[in-house]
Design a protein around this ligand. Structure first.
Ligand code: PLP
Length: 403
């Protein structure tokens, strides 16, 4: 059974107050809070098994390596990858996309080739492709939105031509909280022989994502958005692509032999993990995934969807409320009348309610609506119905202040 009080006890920060008020943390799409087991696993790793991985014959190095590779296996299980060497540890979603843009780009793309992205991408799934476009002379094609702010599937299907080489799209929008039917988008791309990268930064923490069921060629996500530490994330890639892709960075660990005449590269996953990896981060990240699995991702999803539905119902009672898109996940973006999002955010903050305002690193999407930005509330496993009520009461108070 989903015991919200027991879950909340695991998160020390939820006990604290801000401005003398209980913290109501509704900025989970930006980053989630960390349970004690994750915080403690960092201390535990440094206190008991710290040594550089893959390099030492000594006891500690072997222990650290074992735990680091177990973490990789935990990630593999969590997303149901076929092989653990298809899981590359990176610094997060942003680095994972940059890795693919760089390595896939260097290996498979030439001038005139095209990459499809969408109007609802986070900047981290736009700018790496623009940089690649400058370097290699490739073209970006952008999937437009329908009137109800969903990806336009027909327009997408019409973007394919003989130059299309890759599709890179988000699973769940960090602004709209809308989950795209990526299975269908992947199958359309595959019917043209084109691989697909799925940005799972906002989906993996909130729903079961199975890379084999989706048949995703690449999946990227960040540890810190799923109760893990900052600075660690994942690039999943099918081995058939990763094996052929050129390395991303050069350095220790990613090589087999180095001679001044010629260097040969290590096998997967090490080919893409140059230098000392964040093994402590990976160990703590795996602890976070185990924590999520013990509660059950489906139970977490059901709880968050209940909060979202309830929040949407209550928000509909507020005059001049404008909700963007049709949120089905755990984030809701909105504006009220002509109250500036920054004003609403600042006043809610004084009530202890942490929400996010602005363009949410998705300026093309914000421009699409011709607005300055939105206010975004986003939920996690530990949020409660009472917190949603406090959030609604807070909004009503601010609206009253603005007359
Ligand atoms: N993609 C999406 C959909 C996101 O929401 C985010 C972060 O908000 C990112 C990518 C970038 O993630 P990170 O900053 O952890 O690399």
């Amino acid at each position: 059974m989903y015991d919200i009080n027991e879950i909340r006890k695991e998160f020390p920060i939820l006990q604290r107050q801000v401005y003398g008020k209980p913290l109501i943390y509704l900025d989970n799409a930006a980053t989630t809070q960390k349970p004690l087991c994750v915080i403690e696993s960092i201390t535990e790793a440094y206190a008991n098994v710290n040594a550089n991985v893959h390099r030492g014959v000594h006891f500690l190095s072997q222990k650290a390596t074992e735990q680091y590779e177990e973490a990789r296996e935990t990630v593999r299980r969590f997303i149901n990858a076929r092989h653990s060497h298809e899981v590359i540890f990176t610094r997060g979603t942003t680095e994972s996309i940059n890795l693919v843009a760089s390595s896939f780009g260097e290996t498979f793309l030439a001038e005139g080739d095209e990459v499809i992205i969408s109007t609802m991408e986070h900047h981290s799934n736009i700018v790496p492709w623009q940089l690649l476009a400058e370097r290699k002379g490739i073209k970006l094609r952008v999937i437009p939105l329908t009137v109800d702010a969903r990806l336009d599937k027909e327009a997408y299907a019409a973007l394919f031509n003989e130059n299309t080489r890759l599709v890179s799209i988000t699973h769940t929008s960090n602004v709209l909280g809308v989950t795209n039917p990526v299975e269908e988008f992947i199958s359309i791309a595959h019917s043209h022989g084109v691989p697909v990268l799925i940005d799972g930064a906002q989906s993996v923490p909130h729903k079961k994502v199975d890379v084999q069921a989706l048949d995703a060629d690449f999946l990227v996500f960040s540890g810190h958005k799923i109760y893990g530490p900052t600075g660690i994330g994942v690039l999943y890639g099918k081995e058939s692509y990763l094996n052929r892709m050129k390395p991303y960075q050069g350095g220790g660990e990613m090589i087999q032999t180095v001679r001044f005449e010629k260097t040969t590269f290590n096998e997967l996953p090490y080919k893409f993990e140059a230098g000392t990896p964040d093994y402590v981060g990976a160990i703590a990240f795996a602890r976070a995934l185990d924590f999520v699995s013990a509660i059950g991702i489906e139970q977490i999803a059901a709880h968050e969807q209940q909060l979202t539905r309830y929040a949407l119902e209550r928000m509909a009672e507020i005059p001049d409320m404008r909700i963007f898109g049709k949120p089905d996940g755990s984030a809701i973006s909105f504006l009220i009348g002509n109250i500036h999002p920054a004003d609403l955010g600042t006043l809610l903050d004084r009530l202890g309610i942490a929400i996010r305002t602005g363009h949410h690193c998705a300026q093309p999407l914000i421009d699409h609506f011709s607005i300055p930005g939105t206010v975004r509330a986003s939920f996690a496993m530990y949020n409660t119905i009472e917190e949603v009520d406090a959030f609604i009461a807070g909004i009503n108070r601010v609206v009253k202040m603005f007359g």
